[in-house]
Design a binder for this molecule. Structure first.
Ligand code: PNW
Length: 457
């Protein structure tokens, strides 16, 4: 029998992102991001929701830090909004925007909470979209690096855990699509698959240049990570044949071969390049060296996975469709595959030549159909079930010796869920959007108990 006890020092946290919680879209010198423009365009976001107000975290951050204290987390992952720091995308720094993050971080530190700052979580300055089509242009990578320099030179005395970019696939491949309405900002239809891969290549370059910028200006030693949403392939059963098949599938999949491979190995996966043929991005000399920067840590966002089995076909594996009625949480893609936490960590660690690279689960969580009951509580036993199973899979990774160092639940509170607006709730704290009242859900109390006892309860 296992008690699911985590080793001492296992890092427990919660995560959020700027555009999803801050609101105050026009306050303190901030100018629009592509998500302001996109969400203000009719038909783009469910119910016409926008992030203009969101959770008013910009004004209520002290209350939110109190929530963290109540929860008992010692680590908080949030993101910094480029359009607050450099409202025009390039050029003048808006010190008022910087001051907001100084206040937030000082408040965290005063309560013994370590800040983990993501430098980019999808809110590109609209000005750069207007100027050169943001990620469609190589210039974006260089403007990003200048923005990083501005942030780290001002906040590097307070923040030592930096995450360059969140989920490159999402804001590139979901923000630009060939011949269909892209679900994410900027929502631009490009002409070819090659152009889409070019946007993610530019984002990879931004990551690499960002790493260099952080190391160049950080006033004290710091830790740098990339946050990626790998596509997790789970063997249908844990026999060597099927494990091998899952590994092969992990390598071939574009979501992995095109992001985490170049970052960790210095090359796109050969299987992907072959598959893309003439659709592969243009890669200039030196790009791959820039992209392949030494990292101190890797952040993985894992919500679900795909089952794979060995097959007698050309590639030796096949992805399995899920049956009708397979259990899922409150998003079309959120199939419940808890082993994905374990297999995601194991595939990365074993196959990408980075056995010793510390890994953090930087997001894990789910949307549920939360409702206040007559007593004004949210009893989200479905979320507790989901989180409990995922934490058990995380525990398995730790107990088998994989370098998993911590876990951040997504999310500290309900927030603006991109194209789904406020219709989908991922928080362990319920937000009443009429009153902005924060109401900890049953999962909040459950997670607090895990943190208090360092184990899955
Ligand atoms: C992440 N998928 O996005 C983001 O980092 C968060 O901002 C977001 O709120 C959260 O997950 C919940 O959606 C994802 O299709 C988007 O598998 C899509 C997927 C996964 C994560």
């Amino acid at each position: 029998m296992t008690s699911y006890q985590f080793p001492e020092g296992f890092l427990w946290g919660a995560a959020t992102a700027s555009y999803q919680i801050e609101g105050a879209a026009e306050a303190g010198g901030r100018k629009p991001s592509v998500w302001d423009t996109f969400s203000a365009t009719p038909g783009r976001v469910l119910n016409g929701d926008t992030g203009a107000v969101a959770c008013e975290h910009y004004y209520r951050y002290e209350d939110d830090v109190q929530l963290m204290v109540q929860l008992g987390i010692k680590h908080y992952r949030f993101s910094i909004a480029w359009p607050r720091i450099i409202p025009d995308g390039r050029g003048a720094v808006n010190e008022e925007g910087v001051d907001f993050y100084k206040r937030l971080v000082d408040c965290l530190l005063a309560h013994g909470i370590t800040p983990h700052a993501t430098l980019f979580h999808w809110d590109s300055p609209q000005a750069l979209e207007d100027l050169y089509g943001s990620w469609q242009s190589r210039e974006m990578a260089f403007d990003y690096a200048d923005y990083v320099t501005a942030v780290v030179s001002r906040l590097g005395d307070r923040i030592q855990h930096w995450m360059t970019i969140n989920e490159i696939m999402c804001f590139t491949h979901l923000g630009y699509a060939v011949g269909k309405e892209p679900p994410h900002a900027p929502g631009t239809q490009v002409n070819s698959l090659k152009q889409i891969w070019q946007t993610s290549h530019h984002a990879l370059l931004a990551h690499g240049l960002g790493c260099k910028a952080i190391r160049a200006v950080s006033p004290v030693p710091c830790l740098i990570a990339l946050v990626d949403n790998i596509s997790v392939t789970v063997p249908i059963n844990e026999s060597p044949r099927h494990i091998e098949a899952a590994k092969q599938a992990f390598h071939t999949c574009g979501q992995n071969g095109g992001i985490i491979f170049p970052v960790l190995t210095g090359a796109y996966s050969p299987a992907l390049i072959e598959q893309l043929g003439s659709h592969a991005p243009d890669i200039r000399e030196g790009d791959l060296e820039t992209i392949h920067q030494p990292l101190d840590c890797l952040g993985l966002n894992i919500y679900t996975g795909t089952y794979v089995r060995a097959a007698d076909n050309k590639v030796g594996y096949e992805f399995l469709d899920l049956p009708q009625g397979y259990p899922r949480m409150h998003m079309p893609w959120l199939n419940i595959v808890p082993e994905s936490i374990y297999w995601g960590i194991r595939h990365v660690s074993e196959t990408l030549g980075c056995e010793d690279l510390p890994i953090l689960i930087t997001e894990s969580g789910c949307a549920a159909q939360d409702e206040l009951n007559v007593n004004g509580e949210v009893i989200d036993t479905d979320r507790i079930m989901y989180l409990r199973q995922h934490l058990k899979a995380a525990h398995r990774a730790v107990s088998e010796g994989y370098p998993l160092k911590g876990y951040f639940v997504w999310s500290l509170m309900d927030n603006f869920e991109w194209a789904w607006g406020y219709d989908r709730r991922f928080g362990i704290t319920y937000i009443d959007y009429e009153t902005q009242k924060r109401i900890p859900k049953a999962s909040f109390d459950w997670y607090r108990e895990c943190i208090r006892s360092d184990r899955v309860v």
